[in-house]
Write a protein that binds this ligand. Structure first.
Ligand code: NDP
Length: 322
């Protein structure tokens, strides 16, 4: 089968198409024949070496498709089921992947494969951030960075659904228009606005919570945007890892809370996975969260998808077509 492989860490050019043997699933595993593959920013961290992976390796954690073989003891799925997964194992950039049955979910008939691959990892992230890490409630002032991106578009709509006052932080006016069209109450454009100053003008006391996936470039401004006892959720490093921080910086700004969550810990058990995915499928089915048609690249163009994502050229989600 065709698969993207990397022998070493580096830029998008290290991604190479290879022909590798398709494996049979072992006990508790299923083989998923991919129809659409999710591209996520974490894939770029694993490619560059910011997040360590054993090399040589495949890449990609998320795909939607059809179960075409099952291993011993699997009762959760049968051959022919439509499924989607978002926790790997690494190697989703391929025509198929072997996945633990406990890490895949059945896909509702109403959700097409490309929408599933565009939304499971990013939507489950939005869900745990807004419902578990900090429980957003009506009237909360909520700052969402990279609001026109994959996670961002879902988070903006979901936060609005929960009744929040949503302040969307984006890199351009065109992206601000997208965030507004999704319901954001206010927009901040990073190239010209002072983030913390604008958040204080909008909220008075500061935000209840900031969801910061940009990292290095925005981390301190995000801390400065919070009200006393506010929650800083640092969940990504699109511009590079955030700076080291002394706990006193939290005290001085008003006894702030700081967390650095990852989706894998919030969807680690099959019960957590099913609950999180069901909640996502429910908001999609109701139309409360709309998933924009993803930008589609051929599997062979995975490197170009990475270039576009890292150059901030994309909005919404990207998928690869096997
Ligand atoms: P996005 O579609 O959001 O793309 C990243 C966006 O980050 C860009 O479009 C850009 O938006 C913004 N950005 C700001 N500065 C930079 C920079 N220097 N280089 C590149 N991008 C920059 O990607 P995803 O939806 O896949 O992921 C969003 C973020 O969420 C990532 O940081 C990812 O790591 C994180 N994440 C974390 C998870 C977790 O469990 N902790 C799970 C899933 C995602 P703009 O131009 O508007 O600034």
């Amino acid at each position: 089968m065709k698969a993207i492989r990397l022998e070493q860490n580096g830029g998008p050019e290290v991604l190479a198409l290879a022909d590798i043997p398709a494996r049979e699933p072992g006990a508790g595993e299923v083989r998923v024949k991919h129809h659409a593959i999710g591209v996520n920013f974490i894939d770029t961290y694993q490619r560059s070496g910011l997040y360590k992976i054993a090399l040589p390796s495949g890449l990609g954690l998320e795909a939607a498709g059809i179960v075409d073989a099952i291993g011993d003891g699997v009762t959760r799925f049968k051959v022919g089921d439509r499924v989607v997964y978002a926790s790997g194992p690494i190697g989703a950039y391929a025509e198929s992947n072997i996945v633990k049955a406990a890490q895949a979910v059945k896909l509702p008939d109403a959700i097409p494969f490309d929408i599933a691959a565009a939304s499971l990892l990013k939507g489950m992230t939005a869900r745990f951030l807004l419902r578990k890490t900090f429980r957003v409630e009506r009237g909360h002032d909520v700052v969402i960075h990279a609001a026109a991106g994959g996670v961002g578009q879902i988070a903006v709509q979901w936060a609005k659904q929960l009744g929040a006052n949503v302040i969307a932080v984006v890199g351009s006016d065109a992206k601000a228009e997208i965030a507004k069209s999704l319901g954001a109450d206010h927009t901040i454009v990073t190239s010209r606005d002072d983030i913390a100053k604008r958040v204080r003008e909008i909220t008075g006391a500061g935000a209840h919570v900031v969801y910061d996936s940009v990292g290095k470039d925005t981390f301190m401004a995000s801390l400065d945007s919070l009200r006393p006892l506010g929650m800083m959720v640092s969940f990504g490093n699109a511009s590079g890892p955030p700076p080291d921080i002394n706990p006193l910086a939290l005290s001085q700004r008003g006894s702030l809370f700081l967390t650095r969550p990852t989706m894998f810990h919030y969807t680690a058990t099959v019960e957590q996975l099913d609950e999180t995915a069901a909640d996502l499928f429910d908001v999609i089915a109701k139309g409360a969260v709309k998933i924009a048609t993803p930008a589609r690249y051929a599997l062979t163009d995975a490197a170009q998808a990475h270039r576009d994502l890292e150059a901030r050229k994309t909005t919404g989600s990207l998928v690869l077509a096997p």
